[in-house]
Write a protein that binds this ligand. Structure first.
Ligand SMILES: [Zn+2]
Length: 185
């Protein structure tokens, strides 16, 4: 958690811009798994504070997919939730807001009972734009718009550079796609 951030859900749009600006202070922090955990805590406390942690949730950078930014699923024993985030998002050329919305998207699935033991609220995880609607209701409309534009306009253009770019030598074992049988969202 970043103690200086005390924003709550339902922040009006003007404040959202302010908030993005404030967050810039830590934007250059190295994006390792500890940073990722801090982001999860921050995002949960800020926009999902009403969502009970019914299933213990962990998060980690995983393999570099080309067409997926993250995934959430229940682990084999179904007692834990796991969010795997595409490790290409560690690169600072990927704007912070992309990381934020990527994690928030998976938290929406968790809230809707996909990859968690919350009651399943919908039959399908994405149909009817339920994720986008939930993010908007929770005050992330501006961030979502930026995310949608950026992933449409920039992701595939930047992908070769991200794949070739410098990365740490930190290992990233057991990616979600190694558990082929798991249901992922
Ligand atoms: Zn999804």
């Amino acid at each position: 958690m970043q103690p200086r951030f005390s924003f709550r859900r339902g922040t009006p749009p003007a404040r959202v811009v302010h908030q993005l600006h404030l967050f810039r202070g830590s934007e250059r922090a190295p994006r390792d798994n500890s940073w990722l955990n801090d982001q999860l805590e921050f995002i949960w406390a800020t926009w999902f504070a009403d969502v009970a942690q019914v299933t213990p949730l962990s998060i980690r950078f995983v393999r570099p997919w080309k067409r997926r930014l993250a995934v959430i699923y229940l682990t084999d024993d179904e007692r834990h939730s796991f969010i795997g985030v595409n490790r290409l998002l560690r690169d600072q050329r990927v704007p912070y807001t992309i990381c934020l919305v990527t994690i928030a998207h998976e938290l929406v699935h968790y809230t809707h009972g996909f990859g968690s033991h919350h009651p399943r609220r919908y039959r399908h995880p994405h149909r009817g734009n339920v994720v986008q609607r939930e993010l908007t209701l929770r005050g992330l409309a501006d961030e979502l718009r930026f995310y949608t534009d950026w992933t449409n306009d920039r992701w595939f253009e930047l992908l070769p550079d991200l794949v070739a770019g410098p990365h740490t030598h930190e290992p990233f074992p057991s990616a979600p796609d190694d558990v082929a049988a798991a249901t992922v969202f």
